[in-house]
Design a protein around this ligand. Structure first.
Ligand code: TNX
Length: 521
């Protein structure tokens, strides 16, 4: 039967009168959430609207041997808002289950996973517990945003049906927090760890020492922390982590499948150490402590043997606190170290890192020193030509990408952003998403990219609210750049997926920037 235009128009009008917009009458509204909305975008996702799974008080979580930690973590995620018991059991015994399985699937590598949501159960498979953890981050986004609430919500809990097959584009997806310019207490760092983990970030780089403060206890040079840790930018309170607190932070990060990369910046950015120990200065006189935000004025004494004793003591203690492969030795903005001295310093210090069983990572200036091929220079320029970085890549080094005009979370969004700096330009949400790590630096292609990192320098950042306002919504975009296939890159689609994340941030108490670029609902 063919309907006349008049009848169709009347039908649309009556639906509109019933409170539905005309467009809703023409096409069914998109579901509130779907496997195709996950951030970072999966490699492949097929929605199945008839495959929705209901979480109930009878749902159980089953875990293969080796999956217990992720199962307990998942239970901890789902219990506060549902109030359901969700016991972790070896077998479902006929009850509806979320099943975590470990296996051997060549398609998904060490961090990938396959997630199937059907009416009768949810199955998550991976080759490692890292992969299961990543899959859990996708699974939580298939539940209503209220699942992120810390208190029981009386409602139904439906997991969006469908299948996801997923694995990362790059091995390293990182965030950096500068705890030197301003100090953040262990609980604040843990809060940030939980926030970044939900976007499959797998490394946290802690910038532990700079001109304005030294934040990690070093037992062989005890005043570094107790004296050099007292200061912060602008005269704000300092602080430091005891080795016990630091180990606890590293373990907490590991429970979120995040590796901590500790940084001691040198040979510049060292005023806190040099104001604490006179012997670290060439003239043997301690410099005054500094709480301003100048850069490039400090340098360790390159010709002094004590300098290398200091470095070795610090590296030895830090290596012992670090389960991860890498120590970050800074190396940026050493404007007060003559170039020949810089090279001499790097050639002495990099082997010390190797001596204690670790690999070197450092800001991209270390590329000038022709570091060993295991070293990872971290690119913080703007893209284009950098012959030293290109030469390192040609020699086999992997490069970590943190272009300041895309990935720096301390850049202002707009001229009116109350926090942050603008020396690399303004970085709106779209700028943080619209770039490709594999075409950023000439001579550094896909296979030479270690991954991406979003640094947050904290000259102007003092509270957890400040951290969150600068990281959200940019950090999820940089995480997506590091995780998702190039073929999924599409700003217009991303801005809508990103908007759907906002109710989750609200439920988590994250204070975020409501960029006009994003299609908030
Ligand atoms: C440059 S980027 C620095 C930091 C500052 C930052 C502020 C880099 C490797 N060094 O010392 O905190 O700018 O945006």
């Amino acid at each position: 039967m063919r309907l006349s235009r008049a009848v169709l128009t009347a039908a649309v009008v009556s639906l509109t009168a019933a409170g539905l917009p005309a467009s809703a009458a023409a096409a069914p509204a998109a579901p509130e959430r779907s496997v195709t909305d996950v951030v970072p975008a999966p490699v492949s996702a097929q929605a199945d609207p008839r495959g929705d799974f209901r979480l109930t008080p009878f749902t159980v979580i089953t875990a293969d041997r080796g999956a217990g930690q992720v199962a307990d973590y998942l239970r901890g995620l789902l219990r506060p808002a549902t109030g359901y018991p969700l016991p972790v059991v070896p077998r479902a015994a006929g009850l509806p289950a979320i099943s975590l399985k470990l296996g051997h699937d060549a398609r998904i590598g060490t961090e990938g996973y396959e997630l199937k949501v059907a009416r009768d159960g949810v199955t998550l498979k991976a080759n490692t517990s890292d992969g299961l953890f990543d899959g859990v981050q996708s699974l939580r986004q298939l539940l209503p945003a209220a699942i992120e609430s810390p208190r029981v919500q009386h409602r139904t809990w439906t997991v969006a049906g469908g299948t996801i097959l997923d694995y990362p584009r790059f091995a390293q997806r990182g965030a950096m927090l500068d705890v030197a310019r301003h100090f953040f207490k262990p609980d604040q760092v843990k809060r940030y760890i939980d926030q970044i983990a939900q976007y499959k970030v797998n490394t946290l780089h802690l910038h532990l020492a700079d001109d304005q403060g030294w934040r990690i206890e070093i037992k062989s040079w005890p005043k570094l922390a107790t004296v050099g840790g007292q200061t912060a930018v602008g005269g704000d309170p300092g602080g430091y982590y005891t080795q016990a607190q630091y180990k606890d932070l590293v373990a907490y990060a590991a429970s979120r499948h995040i590796t901590v990369i500790p940084e001691i910046d040198m040979p510049g950015h060292t005023n806190a150490a040099q104001s604490t120990y006179a012997e670290l200065n060439c003239d043997g006189v301690a410099v005054p402590p500094r709480t301003d935000t100048e850069v490039g004025y400090s340098s360790l004494c390159i010709s002094s043997p004590i300098t290398y004793q200091f470095v070795e003591d610090v590296v030895r203690e830090l290596a012992a606190l670090t389960p991860g492969e890498y120590l970050h030795i800074g190396g940026d903005e050493a404007h007060s170290t003559p170039p020949a001295d810089y090279l001499a310093f790097e050639r002495k210090v990099q082997p010390i890192v190797a001596k204690y069983g670790k690999k070197v990572t450092g800001w991209h200036e270390i590329a000038k020193s022709v570091p060993p091929v295991s070293a990872v220079p971290q690119y913080w320029g703007f893209g284009g030509d950098d012959p030293d970085v290109a030469a390192a890549a040609a020699g086999g080094n992997k490069i970590l990408m943190s272009p300041a005009n895309h990935a720096y979370l301390d850049m202002k969004y707009t001229p009116r952003t109350p926090l942050g700096q603008d020396w690399a330009g303004l970085v709106e949400v779209r700028d943080s998403y619209d770039w490709d790590p594999a075409t950023l630096v000439n001579g550094v292609g896909e296979s030479q990219v270690a991954g991406v990192e979003a640094p947050l320098w904290t000259e102007t950042i003092r509270t957890s609210d400040d951290i969150e306002y600068m990281a959200f919504p940019r950090l999820p975009g940089i995480a997506e750049i590091g995780w998702s296939p190039r073929s999924t890159h599409d700003w217009d689609a991303y801005r809508l997926r990103l908007a759907k994340q906002a109710p989750r941030w609200v439920a988590q108490g994250i204070d975020f920037y409501r960029s006009p670029q994003v299609g908030w609902q």
